[in-house]
Design a protein around this ligand. Structure first.
Ligand SMILES: Nc1nc2c(ncn2[C@@H]2O[C@H](COP(=O)(O)OP(=O)(O)O)[C@@H](O)[C@H]2O)c(=O)[nH]1
Ligand SMILES: [Mg+2]
Length: 458
């Protein structure tokens, strides 16, 4: 019969809740991912073939899906209806940039098969938490004192392009060895440093930028302890900045341990690897470093962590260590390349995370997805040779644009790869949706990813 006791009894007492963290740096595709999850699960519940891999997993059982009532919960709700309305507009628009942390909660009712068919359906609540990857990067700060962090941060800036980092470095070098605790000086340094981080992200494509909350602040008014910057200066100013840095770390610890975010059972880490390939070797290396730092913050199994000397004393958020049962690393926007390249993209994501399944203790998966597919595959004849390319409508353009950014490497790229630039990715317009998205959103690989994440719950 294959039914477990859990299957037979689950849902009789109230819905079981599964919390799925969805994280990734800004522009990685979190909002698109959650919007597509909502539209396609609701579509599936309405009997539409939006997520074929899940249909297969359900094997004929019925599924009903509704948006869970917001209740009195503390986390802001993910505005899936608003985002879907953007996609359904004419012409379609991408959802607006979102701030920090929101929650998409869906209630599922799964029919039973075979001998259990007469029982009421199983109820399962899926809570998807949109969690900024920038905040995970802050985990790497926790172990470092201000002076250590400052030295490392200044070294990284010295290697960064002068156009972006020069002004701030000039300011820091101009500070006296013992500067007074002057508020105007602290504010000026902080402003310059934050602007530098923003420029490094937006113009140089760098990702390993700390502190993460400078780029993705928590909601609400900004506390005074945010006003620091890396420097080697001592004296009153050094003391003030050290105190602020320490208060910042306390806040990171508090946030991480905050039951507001509850306990995360599953985790999806999104990463825009294709853009990193385009931005070049430095940006790519930086993305890899950021991903490694985030992955280090996600050592979900204490047992594994304990096996690694030096790491075992790291203060880790309980919700990341306690119960993450499955982790998926997903390279996003995979509709920028044709089918034949997507396997390579998944392999590249896998190589970046360097987490062998057995060691991690939780099953790990790497894949390539397009939450909102904007293109179709086609064979393009370039210089007499057929290449697998894609075509779609670029934002603000009425014609179809063809695109072949290049070969995606299936392992960390070497010098030969960087010798030929990986071309820019056009910003495609989402496809026009019949019924303003009520019939789901075209996707690639999202169904397989969800079926894997939820496998043991379905
Ligand atoms: N072609 C394509 N572009 C995407 C996809 N997902 C996201 N994007 C692009 O990436 C941008 C940032 O995505 P968003 O979900 O807002 O990222 P977030 O900051 O992590 O929430 C979007 O505005 C789109 O331009 C996708 O599946 N396909
Ligand atoms: Mg977002």
């Amino acid at each position: 019969m294959g039914a477990t006791l859990w299957e037979a009894t689950a849902g009789l007492l109230g819905p079981a809740t599964l919390r799925i963290g969805v994280t990734g740096l800004a522009r990685a595709g979190k909002t698109a991912f959650l919007t597509s999850v909502a539209a396609n699960l609701l579509g599936l519940g309405a009997g539409l073939p939006t997520l074929p891999a899940l249909t297969l997993r359900l094997a004929g059982r019925t599924l009903r899906v509704g948006v869970a009532p917001a209740g009195a919960g503390p986390v802001p709700r993910f505005d899936h209806a608003g985002h879907l309305a953007c996609l359904g507009a004419d012409p379609p628009r991408w959802p607006e940039r979102t701030g920090a942390v929101s929650l998409l909660a869906l209630d599922l009712e799964i029919g039973r098969a075979g001998l259990l068919a007469a029982l009421p359906p199983r109820r399962l609540r899926l809570e998807f938490l949109d969690y900024p990857g920038e905040w995970l990067l802050d985990l790497a700060l926790l172990g470092d004192a201000f002076s250590v962090w400052s030295r490392a941060a200044l070294r990284r800036l010295e290697r960064a392009p002068t156009a972006q980092a020069g002004e701030f470095l000039g300011f820091v070098q101009g500070l006296p060895v013992r500067a007074p605790a002057d508020e105007a000086l602290a504010a000026a340094g902080h402003r310059l440093y934050r602007a530098t981080l923003q420029r490094l992200r937006d113009s140089a494509g760098l990702r390993f930028l700390q502190p993460g909350r400078f780029l993705m602040p928590a909601p609400g008014p900004e506390p005074p302890w945010m006003g620091f910057f890396p420097t080697a200066t001592s004296g009153g100013l050094g003391e003030l900045l050290t105190a602020r840095y320490d208060a910042y770390r306390d806040a990171v610890r508090r946030d991480m341990a905050d039951p507001l975010f509850g306990r995360v059972d599953r985790l999806v880490v999104l990463v825009d690897l294709l853009s990193a390939l385009h931005e070049g070797a430095a940006a790519y290396a930086d993305t890899a470093a950021a991903l490694a730092a985030a992955a280090a913050g996600l050592r979900w199994q204490r047992s594994w962590l304990d096996a690694v000397p030096l790491l075992r004393d790291l203060p880790l958020p309980f919700w990341l260590t306690a119960g993450v049962r499955r982790v998926a690393f997903a390279a996003t926007k995979a509709d920028h390349v044709a089918e034949r390249q997507r396997g390579n993209l998944a392999a590249l994501a896998r190589s970046l995370t360097r987490l062998p399944d057995e060691a991690a203790g939780a099953p790990v998966q790497a894949c390539a997805v397009a939450a909102i597919r904007c293109t179709e595959d086609f064979v393009w004849t370039l210089e007499g040779r057929p290449v697998s390319a894609v075509r779609g409508r670029v934002l603000g353009d009425t014609r179809m644009t063809r695109s072949y950014p290049g070969e995606v490497p299936d392992r960390p790229p070497d010098a030969t790869f960087w010798a030929h630039p990986f071309l820019a990715l056009p910003e495609f317009e989402p496809m026009r949706l019949p019924g303003a998205g009520s019939g789901g959103v075209p996707q690639l690989g999202l169904d397989t990813l969800l079926a894997w994440l939820l496998d043991d719950m379905l």
